[in-house]
Design a protein around this ligand. Structure first.
Ligand code: C2E
Ligand code: MG
Ligand code: MG
Ligand code: MG
Length: 281
């Protein structure tokens, strides 16, 4: 990677560790300029109805189109954005861009499924977050019910009482609320009931239980997923499986009445224009 960095001094470091930490530093200073350079892109990955395979929603996923490095995934820069506080302006841009896209699609006469936006812990805990969200959505003219916020268990558990209060305010605004990556953190039944959630997304790591080598009927295979779906339904939640890659996984999820699926089997995350073409079909 160093050879692509051309004239800067970083290339003289040979050890992997140094190279990686210096790349990190390089990215960090670039990240400060990425917003004004308009290098962020919002992609959309369809969420489909498990039975009908119709598009019933989409998740907005940020990418960074770096001038030299090409597309950088969120796992590489969101943690950095959280540490530096840049997540606040970046998060605002994500919500604004999603609202702009929704308005544009509506203006071209399309029926728009609900759009999910990820909210990370530093965003959620930042002072003024509610007010910023309210202003962005009100200014955009988008119905709040067109938007779902995805938050992770850890975000909510860190400060359960305050989180519940904030979620209730968003709920009152009309937003839908989803718990992302369910099963990867510390989850407790009583908390699940306490948060005003609409949706539970089963983390993709659970999907590995149902791979091509194991028939869905294999004893023990997929029992966790089956349990989560039943539990979620008993709480009145819509259950979404993320990371669905195989027909076998889809068949298993259908058999266990999982409401929605999201994954490469149906579509990769798409640029806004490509997602719009999908809606036009
Ligand atoms: P997430 O919210 O759990 O998003 C799902 C991730 O799974 C996405 O990765 C998506 O591209 C990927 N994925 C979808 N289908 C499949 C599949 O069939 N197989 C596999 N292996 N992966 C699949 P991505 O886009 O790299 O995003 C990673 C994480 O970055 C997200 O996890 C989310 O936590 C965070 N993120 C993404 N966009 C934003 C954003 O706008 N704001 C914030 N705060 N975080 C974001
Ligand atoms: Mg998500
Ligand atoms: Mg997830
Ligand atoms: Mg995640």
């Amino acid at each position: 990677a160093a050879k692509q960095q051309g004239g800067n001094a970083y290339r003289f470091y040979s050890s992997d560790l140094n190279e990686r930490s210096l790349q990190f530093l390089g990215l960090q200073s670039d990240l400060h300029k990425a917003l004004e350079r308009r290098e962020f892109r919002l992609f959309y990955q369809p969420k489909i109805d498990t039975r009908t395979r119709r598009i019933v929603g989409a998740e907005a996923l940020i990418r960074w189109e770096h001038a030299e490095r090409g597309f950088v995934g969120p796992d590489e820069f969101i943690p950095m954005a959280e540490e530096t506080g840049l997540i606040e302006p970046i998060g605002a841009w994500v919500l604004e861009e999603a609202c702009r896209n929704i308005r544009a699609w509506q203006a071209s006469g399309l029926a728009i499924p609900r759009i999910s936006v990820n909210v990370s812990s530093r965003q959620f805990g930042a002072p003024g977050f509610y007010e910023a969200v309210h202003r962005i959505i009100a200014d955009s003219g988008v119905e709040p019910s067109h938007i779902t916020f995805e938050v992770t268990e850890s975000v909510l558990m860190e400060n359960a009482a305050e989180s519940t209060a904030l979620l209730n305010r968003f709920k009152a605004m009309g937003l839908h609320l989803s718990m992302d990556d369910f099963g990867t953190g510390y989850s407790s039944l009583s908390y699940l009931r306490r948060f005003p959630l609409d949706e539970l997304k089963i983390d993709k790591s659970f999907l590995a239980e149902i791979d091509a080598d194991h028939a869905p009927a294999d004893p023990g295979k997929g029992t966790l997923i089956g349990g989560i779906i039943a539990l979620g339904h008993s709480l009145g939640l819509t259950i979404v499986a993320e990371g669905v890659e195989t027909e076998r996984q889809h068949a298993f999820l259908q058999q266990h009445r999982c409401d929605q699926c999201q994954g490469y089997l149906f579509s990769r995350p798409l640029p806004a224009a490509a997602f719009q073409r999908l809606l036009e079909c």
